[in-house]
Design a protein around this ligand. Sequence first.
Ligand code: FES
Ligand code: FES
Length: 170
Amino acid sequence: MRTSAPSQPGGGIAADDTVAISLHINGELRHVLTDRRATLLDTLRERLALTGTKKGCDRGECGACTVHIDGRRVLACLALAVMAEGREVITIEGVTPADGLHPVQASFIEHDALQCGYCTPGQVMSAIACIREGRATSDDEIREFMSGNLCRCSAYPQIVAAVRAAAAGA
Ligand code: FES
Ligand code: FES
């Protein structure tokens, strides 16, 4: 469902360009009012209190905002929230079981694959997809297919080890 405030006369952008949208997020249908120009990232964080998805660069360079849409990795800072209607959005909150950790999260802890932790939700979301895509069969492949996720703390060797171990089911 989508409704919106009326456009300004002459086709300009209305001061209040709010739309009501319905998003399938982490297995739930969520109804939210958001600006039609809002990114999925801002809508998740500011409107839906799903703050596990992080804002690093806000311009598609760091991977901190990685979520899954219909099973594929997407940078939420480059996607409009309205474009996610009718699709299945999974955030870091959606992969974390209520009673524990996803195996990839556990592997990150086991391998000390973080320092400040700011990039970690995005790294985990990319790692889950990387493994599911069958792109974690060697260290070089992991580096290549995780290359969109930057870590300012430079925990890369541990991240690769964590992904490798999770892919092996260790
Ligand atoms: S915040 Fe989206 S890629 Fe950096
Ligand atoms: S752990 Fe600090 S940015 Fe990656």
